[in-house]
Design a protein around this ligand. Structure first.
Ligand code: CS2
Length: 486
């Protein structure tokens, strides 16, 4: 039996814990990019709020633009848009059926625009990945990108998320409706400002008045989102079937930890998420820097070395003495010193929490997941820390070693010749350059779209070269050990 609306007939679930039904919700949020993270995070928190019988007019409608979204939509519609969320650590397994999503728009750009112009939609939230914002390595919007240009030339038949949002805002304006808030939930520093900039720059090329209107009326709050959410495995699906007797084709397994901090700028109302622990602040910058550089930065720092050492899970990476020391040294000596004057939080404590979360073996977070799309993650999670470290005269050798390890990883094979499962849109280019870099290291860091002009920095270029040479001559483990000892 597939999960469905009558799930409360299942004896495993207690009616007392479910204080609302999907039928009581009405659509208020369209979410673009319904993956695991959206469901473990935003959908979970809204479910908690609805369960307090608050703001039932903020039901989530799922949406997407890619083929992946069609599969997700088909699966979710078969189970009435419900999601089983299992939160796990060593002391607890907490299962809840989330009902906060009530529909999923067909993956068709025209239909998406139609949904976005409905008066009830007050917020459009997005998880479209770090690479989805067309920003270059200098942090600028790449307006010359082909897809963006195509939407600028044909604004009535847009294909990018931003073209679609601009068209919808235009129609709302013409129809005298309030605009929606654009709430990005991607791990990018100043994510709201980045999105706002894309919307303004792109609409300027389409319709100047509309662009002014967007600038003055649409809010794009910055936010910091956090919950580690690996992809569920077949074993996880089996767990649900064996434990509860139904099939969820899209269950979500996450850690118990959750955090969402948002700037309180909503142009068309918002749900009272503070009632379920969301923090609303005036300035998000310190929190996002802390999270992106320390948590995502830690993932990015250990990703390639762990893959090269044949480590399967994040918790196992932390059990590996040399990987753990490598990470400790990077965070304590290279990342925290740059952040400590900016962030008014105890960063040592924060790092300890990160380590405890990474050590959770019950969520089985894979090294493959944290290696995914590294070419979009390295710039935001590692290279920004390098640039700031250099500016502040902080030694960033370990972060540069992480770059050299990523270069070695990008060759596609480990030291035993085993093929690495590289999942990156730029995989072929990376491989070509990584192989060339064996004899000529600089070619890898000359990838301007990733490293900006860092290759012209003598310290960066020399250190990268020395580490890469050492990796090829002395091996991955010895190079890391030498850095740890230095
Ligand atoms: C991870 C994130 O993608 C990654 O490499 O660092 O997915 C991380 O697990 C989340 O941002 C946690 O909030």
């Amino acid at each position: 039996m597939i999960l469905n609306k009558n799930f409360l007939d299942n004896k495993s679930f207690d009616k007392k814990d479910y204080n609302y039904t999907q039928d009581e919700l009405s659509p208020g949020i369209v979410h673009i990019g319904v993956g695991n993270f959206h469901r473990s995070h935003q959908a979970y928190l809204l479910d908690a709020l609805f369960n307090k019988r608050k703001d039932l007019d903020f039901g989530i409608v799922g949406a997407g633009l890619r083929e992946y979204d069609t599969f997700m939509r088909n699966d979710l519609l078969k189970q009435d848009c419900l999601t089983t969320l299992v939160q796990r650590d060593e002391s607890s397994t907490n299962t809840r059926i989330l009902q906060s999503m009530i529909d999923f728009i067909e993956v068709d750009n025209r239909l998406l625009v139609e949904s976005l112009v409905k008066e009830d939609i007050k917020i459009v939230s997005l998880t479209i990945t770090e690479g989805g914002y067309y920003i270059d390595s200098y942090g600028n919007f790449n307006i010359n990108d082909e897809e963006i240009q195509a939407d600028i030339k044909n604004p009535d038949t847009p294909n990018t998320a931003f073209g679609i949002l601009i068209k919808a805002l235009k129609i709302r304006k013409e129809n005298g409706l309030k605009p929606f808030t654009l709430l990005t939930c991607d791990n990018i520093a100043h994510n709201g400002d980045v999105l706002r900039n894309v919307m303004i720059k792109m609409s300027e090329q389409i319709d100047k008045d509309l662009s002014e209107y967007i600038k003055n009326n649409v809010s794009c709050p910055n936010s910091m989102v956090d919950r580690i959410t690996p992809t569920a495995t077949q074993e996880d699906k089996d767990f649900i079937e064996n434990e509860y007797g139904y099939v969820d084709n899209r269950p979500v397994f996450s850690e118990p930890f959750i955090q969402w901090i948002i700037e309180d700028k909503f142009c068309n109302g918002r749900p009272a998420l503070e009632e379920v622990g969301v923090m609303f602040v005036e300035d998000i910058m310190p929190y996002e820097l802390m999270k992106i550089r320390m948590l995502n930065g830690s993932h990015a720092a250990i990703s390639s070395v762990s893959a090269l050492l044949n480590i399967e899970y994040v918790h196992e990476a932390l059990e590996h003495e040399n990987v753990k020391s490598f990470l400790d040294k990077i965070i304590n000596k290279e990342v925290i010193p740059v952040l400590k004057d900016i962030v008014d939080v105890n960063l040592d404590e924060y790092y300890n929490t990160v380590l405890t979360r990474f050590a959770n073996p019950y969520i089985k977070d894979t090294i493959t997941r944290i290696c995914f799309d590294n070419s979009n993650k390295q710039p935001k999670f590692i290279i920004d820390s390098i640039k700031d470290g250099i500016k502040n005269n902080v030694n960033v050798d370990g972060l540069i070693l992480a770059c050299a390890l990523w270069c070695r990883y990008s060759t596609g094979n480990d030291e035993n010749g085993k093929e690495l499962d590289i999942n990156d849109g730029r995989k072929d280019k990376l491989k070509e350059l990584a192989l060339k870099a064996k004899n000529n290291p600089i070619v890898f860091i000359q990838m301007e779209d990733i490293y900006g002009n860092l290759s012209q920095n003598e310290y960066f270029a020399n250190t990268f070269e020395n580490f890469l040479n050492s990796i090829w001559e002395n091996g991955v483990l010895n190079t890391v050990k030498n850095y740890n000892k230095s």
